[in-house]
Design a protein around this ligand. Structure first.
Ligand SMILES: NC(=O)c1ccc[n+]([C@@H]2O[C@H](COP(=O)([O-])OP(=O)(O)OC[C@H]3O[C@@H](n4cnc5c(N)ncnc54)[C@H](OP(=O)(O)O)[C@@H]3O)[C@@H](O)[C@H]2O)c1
Length: 298
């Protein structure tokens, strides 16, 4: 008799964690939450900064696979709280890695496209990392610890989607458009992000293919944020002339941002594309449109 694989999604109450669970239909999935309680049988409270709590969860579940998605992702908060950022995004990784070794579990870590400085774009897995803010630095340091485990997979990329009242560029854009309000969007900021459900689907497929090491995932082609916003307006049937092009430094001042953001974090996806087909940006936008209920945010 074959045993169903036990999967632990750390950060199951987050945006990506939610979609991961939706896509892990063939497995025995356990999810963790901290502030945002999940209400199902296999949901567990977990504070990753608490070593004892981590040990208890591993002892109870003995996972074959861990998707580690918990992190602080608010860049400006991280910039002001360096110590707390490391305490959450980096330091617990040591304990998680040790527990993965002890229980012989595969560890899948979600990194970010912002481990690069964004000056060139088109980054390959082997390109040198260079962080320009505290958040990215904490993720680079986390990657270093993950790499000490042979049975690990580091996936770099970015994604967007809507969950509850979590503020994001995409929810702000849709709110402005819905209310017939103008919005400035930078044309010098560019990335090849995915709709979160597709990001999760690809992660699951990578796991099924038993990949390890470092991989970049993202759309196969891309447009800058200004063009992207216009495509979004178009597919949702909003007035695209409400969107004005600007430069990121203007947004930085307008919104009183604190952390520097890398401008061009496009990732070269050649390595993964030899194994799994990456969607193009039109697919990304259509997939977002088809899977998003605007009433949940507007
Ligand atoms: N969003 C993006 O565009 C993006 C881009 C690139 C990479 N990433 C990476 O992708 C991963 C997932 O991002 P996301 O957008 O899904 O994040 P998110 O929605 O902000 O979710 C963060 C998760 O971390 C959990 N968490 C926070 N503090 C915790 C603690 N002390 N102990 C245990 N869990 C804790 C949260 O639980 P509660 O909510 O229950 O407290 C939540 O489940 C992160 O590693 C992030 O660095 C994100």
């Amino acid at each position: 008799m074959s045993m169903t694989e036990k999967i632990l999604v750390i950060g199951g109450s987050g945006l990506l964690g939610y979609y991961l669970k939706q896509n892990l239909t063939d497995a025995d999935v356990y999810s963790t939450y901290k502030q945002n309680k999940l209400d199902f049988k296999k949901a567990n409270f977990l504070d990753i900064t608490n070593k004892n709590n981590l040990e208890k969860i591993f002892e109870k579940i003995k996972p074959n696979v861990i998707f580690h998605t918990a992190a602080i992702t608010d860049l400006d908060w991280c910039e002001k709280h360096e110590k707390e950022t490391y305490a959450l995004n980096t330091n617990p990784i040591k304990n998680i890695t040790n527990l993965a070794k002890r229980y012989n579990s595969k560890l899948i870590f979600i990194s970010t496209d912002s481990v690069f400085d964004g000056k060139l774009g088109g980054y390959q897995e082997t390109d040198p990392l260079n962080s320009i803010n505290v958040y990215s630095k904490s993720k680079i340091e986390a990657e270093k610890i993950i790499k000490t485990l042979d049975n690990s997979l580091i996936v770099r990329g970015t994604f967007f989607g809507i969950k509850n009242n979590k503020e994001s560029f995409i929810s702000y854009l849709l709110k402005q458009l819905k209310n017939n309000k103008e919005i400035n969007v930078p044309k010098d900021k560019i990335s090849n992000g995915l709709f979160v459900n597709d990001f999760a689907k690809i992660l699951v497929e990578m796991h099924y293919k038993k990949l390890s090491g470092v991989f970049h995932i993202g759309s196969s082609d891309y447009v800058n944020n200004f063009e992207f916003a216009k495509k979004i307006a178009n597919v949702f049937g909003y007035e695209k002339d409400l969107i004005h092009e600007t430069l990121f430094r203007e947004i930085f001042h307008e919104k009183n941002l604190i952390a520097k953001r890398p401008l061009n974090t496009t990732l070269n996806t050649k390595k993964i594309s030899a194994l799994i087909k990456m969607p193009n940006f039109k697919d990304v936008i259509n997939s977002f449109y088809e899977n998003t209920n605007l009433r949940s945010i507007l």
